[in-house]
Ligand binder design. Structure first.
Ligand code: CTP
Ligand code: MG
Length: 390
């Protein structure tokens, strides 16, 4: 009884009207459409995704689709939304019993909402999320005058009807939606959502919608969508520590910068303790183990390795999991050489490798007041913390 989500991304975005289209607008560094895809990719009750896109964007969409393992098909849509749904329905795998039709432009769809719609869909065959309408709705003529007012409530027999706003995802038994689409009179009653197609053949039940689940339609919707997507992000902190002993005859690499010094540090790689501590802090925040697991020091590939490259690789892995950097803070413990003059260069280099602003990377150097192994000038130690947001 598998579930397929049909993600609609074949619209022109005319009302949004900005260069590049609304679905490719970046929020927190990721296109709106990918926020939508990710919500369904990560939902445990959705097995498959079908992506419906514009013909001219298909090759790009297929590249994007490579990052989402649940996507089983990327198909071209039609001129009208309902035609895009029809095209997508043809690509729903035969083993799927349930389909969720969702606007690609509703990027802030929550896991709870998806679950709620699915539960009601399995019980009733067809379910849509609705919101009560708070405003009074009026017909306004092209000469900018009010022509009529819609009643918000009305009596029908022994029932009271209420005007509601309808969102997506809309859930249906696949077989029902296919049948409804095959019978519907599109010519005379162009539908504006999928429930409208199903209503003549099957009752459609409702579940509470989510006010955060807004559809990006006009440019002025963007700040609200950003707040919904970024405001609820998860924040995590990780900690890293590393130490390397001094050795003669090696350059001293710290923070990706070569520091003038009579001695360098011993290690399998270039022994950059600062970058190693940062790698562990980033991996720690992301819950991704440690530097030794990612780059085993028994592997000859990492002999004399440039730690800046290791950091870049580790950071790419962390970013693939959806994390963005809030900040990194570092304390280096070195009795010698004096590091203060090199701090700006180290900060800039680290920020460049992490592709972030320099003020997100802080670095302090301290001596150990002649105490312990650092104080005896036997080696250099480094602590780092990193905070990430997803
Ligand atoms: N959509 C689609 N095929 C269409 C029209 C719309 O797949 N022929 C998709 C859109 O990409 C969007 C969703 O349906 O994700 C809801 O449509 P809407 O918000 O109206 O988006 P657009 O049609 O792109 O915008 P506009 O109407 O302003 O042109
Ligand atoms: Mg439209």
């Amino acid at each position: 009884m598998a579930t397929c989500a049909l993600i609609l991304a074949a619209g022109k975005g005319e009302r949004f009207g900005r260069e590049g289209g609304k679905l490719w607008t970046l929020v927190g560094g990721m296109p709106v459409l990918e926020w939508t895809l990710r919500a369904f990719q990560e939902h445990p009750e959705v097995e498959h995704l079908v992506l419906v896109g514009r013909g001219e964007e298909l090759s790009h969409l297929r590249q994007v689709a490579n990052h989402y393992r649940k996507i089983v098909a990327v198909v071209p849509g039609g001129a009208e939304r309902w035609q895009s749904v029809q095209a997508g329905l043809d690509a729903v795998p035969p083993e799927d019993s349930w389909v969720l039709v969702h606007d690609g432009a509703r990027a802030a769809v929550s896991a709870d909402l998806i679950s709620r719609v699915l539960r009601a869909t399995r019980e009733t065959g067809a379910a849509v999320p609705v919101l009560r309408v708070a405003d009074t709705l009026k017909w306004v003529g092209s000469r900018q005058t009010v022509q009529a007012t819609l009643p918000r409530r009305r009596r029908e027999g022994d029932e009271e009807w209420q005007l509601m706003a309808v969102q997506t995802p809309q859930g249906f038994a696949v077989e029902l939606l296919r049948r409804a689409y095959a019978q519907y009179d599109f010519e005379n009653h162009p539908p504006t959502d999928d429930a409208m197609v199903v209503e003549p053949v099957h009752p459609v039940s409702v579940v509470p919608g989510d006010p955060q689940n807004l559809k990006l339609t006009y440019p002025e919707d963007l700040p609200q969508l950003e707040a919904a997507l970024l405001g609820r992000g998860e924040t995590r902190t990780g900690f890293g520590y590393d130490v390397h002993p001094f050795i003669e005859g090696r350059p001293l690499m710290l923070g990706g910068v070569q520091i003038p010094s009579p001695r360098g540090l011993a290690g399998h790689s270039d022994a950059d303790v600062v970058l190693h501590a940062i790698i562990d802090a980033l991996l720690g925040a992301a819950g991704m183990d440690d530097i030794g697991t990612l780059f085993p020091n028994t592997d000859p590939a990492y002999r004399n390795a440039d730690s800046a490259q290791l950091l870049a690789q580790a950071w790419a892995r962390v970013r693939e999991q959806g994390w963005t950097l809030v900040n990194v803070d570092v304390t280096v413990l070195a009795e010698t050489p004096r590091l203060r003059p090199h701090v700006p260069a180290m900060r800039e280099r680290i920020a460049a490798v992490l592709q972030t602003e320099t003020d997100r990377v802080n670095l302090k150097a301290t001596t150990n007041e002649r105490l312990g192994f650092v104080g005896r000038e036997e080696g250099i130690a480094c602590y780092a913390v990193a905070t990430l947001r997803r």
